[in-house]
Write a protein that binds this ligand. Structure first.
Ligand code: DP6
Length: 404
């Protein structure tokens, strides 16, 4: 498909995939809205792209008359300031590199118009961090297209703060930095995805509803009104970051899980401390929190840890040997309404028998349909370049392919 034309290069095309990440020390609040500079450092786990990923194809051609963008097949506005910032920054890096003397065989003309198509392999409405994967993917694809090299996490950050952490796999720290120009506000890998092979992630999708207040507006309101957020950024997070790094280094699930839950809870406390208050957790979220604590109490230690972002879905961290039992506990607590076979998705989950004591101690009055489905995944690598041309989301004419 189009390979015969590849030699001539009338159309340069690149496809990349990028992961979602979930923070265990949360980013909430900016000190610079335009550059997207955070008030505190944060730390996240990159999730595996076999279960959750964004794919983006970027193409440039002399024949394109305007920049165009398609999101999940629908044409969207390319004029979005954050998207434009990413484009500008990638082009700047490309120009810098070329100026530096390392000449490409056939450098792509930076003034050509571009077409971008992007697609998620998970429902955007599920409230999973699609903007992080989306901007990480966009920046990876554009950088490859233009042959830009340099600190790409800084560019992805201009799209969405949390996107800079999706530029790396495994365990990632986004350093807040000190400089007003943001040159030191970058993501670094703390440990690769292979560091903790037993670590597993369960995404409990409780609601397909869109969040009432987006992260960008929500955190601005928190910065403006919450004294707790100020204390968190200045005092709590610096201490927690060091502690979390140690728990990860030592693969100490007890410590990692406990601190993950505490930090999620403090983030949601800052939302309540915002005036007027913001509520991201709903009744189902709170039932899952209570369930996790009963499960841990029954086992006499931290076996599962929840975390919630700007929405009601729970992300559970656990170890491989606990997955089957906890999934069964969730199934009993929130019996699937219909197609129960689709209830667990992603990595396979074994079956588990629950003891009578565990049922009595942990499983509450069931809430049918409370959890729509569970996605089982694990830590994974950063953005990937896709070499198979069949995977391109744009055809040889530069327009979205019907299948894609
Ligand atoms: C609650 O990165 O979506 O998920 O920088 O304004 O685009 P912008 O916000 P965004 O915020 C994510 C906030 C969070 C916590 C986190 O991921 O650290």
């Amino acid at each position: 498909t189009g390979s015969a034309m590849a030699e001539e290069r009338p159309l340069a095309m690149v496809t990349c995939t990028a992961p979602v990440n979930i923070a265990v020390i949360k980013y909430w609040g900016k000190r610079d809205n335009d550059l997207i500079l955070p008030i505190n450092s944060s730390l996240s786990v990159t999730l595996h792209q076999d279960q959750l990923k964004t794919t983006t194809t970027a193409a440039a051609s002399r024949d394109f008359t305007e920049d165009r963008l398609w999101l999940n097949g629908e044409e969207a506005d390319v004029g979005h300031p954050r998207l434009q910032a990413c484009l500008r920054e990638v082009r700047r890096l490309a120009r810098k590199r070329r100026g530096g003397g390392t000449e490409d065989a056939a450098p792509l003309n930076l003034s050509y118009k571009i077409h971008i198509a992007t697609r998620n392999n998970f429902p955007t409405a599920a409230g999973l961090a699609s903007s992080a994967a989306g901007y990480a993917c966009l920046v990876s694809a554009l950088a490859r297209l233009y042959g830009a090299e340099g600190e790409l996490s800084e560019v992805a950050r201009r799209g969405s703060g949390s996107a800079c952490r999706s530029m790396l796999g495994g365990f990632v720290r986004w350093q807040r930095g000190e400089r007003p120009d943001g040159r030191d506000s970058l993501a670094h890998q703390v440990a690769p995805e292979t560091h903790w092979p037993e670590l597993r992630v369960l995404v409990l999708v409780v609601s397909g509803e869109k969040k009432p207040v987006g992260s960008t507006a929500g955190m601005q309101s928190s910065v403006d009104t919450s004294p707790l957020l100020k204390h968190r950024a200045e005092v709590v997070v610096p201490e927690r970051l060091e502690l979390m790094m140690r728990h990860i280094r030592e693969r100490d699930f007890e410590g990692f899980g406990r601190l993950t839950m505490q930090d999620s809870n403090q983030f949601h406390a800052t939302c309540l401390d915002t005036f007027p208050p913001i509520f991201y957790l709903n009744d189902l979220s709170r039932r899952i929190i209570a369930l996790a604590h009963r499960f841990n109490a029954h086992h006499g230690g931290t076996k599962v840890a929840y975390t919630f972002d700007a929405g009601p879905n729970a992300v559970i961290f656990t170890l491989a040997d606990t997955v089957a039992e906890f999934v069964e506990v969730v199934r009993r607590s929130f019996p699937p309404a219909a197609n129960g076979d689709q209830f667990v998705r992603g990595l396979p989950v074994g079956s588990a028998e629950l003891s009578e004591e565990l049922l009595a101690a942990v499983v509450p009055e069931p809430v049918p349909g409370g959890v729509q489905y569970i996605l089982h995944t694990q830590p994974g690598p950063g953005p990937q370049f896709v070499s198979d041309p069949d995977q391109h989301l744009l055809g040889a004419d530069g327009l979205p392919r019907p299948c894609a």
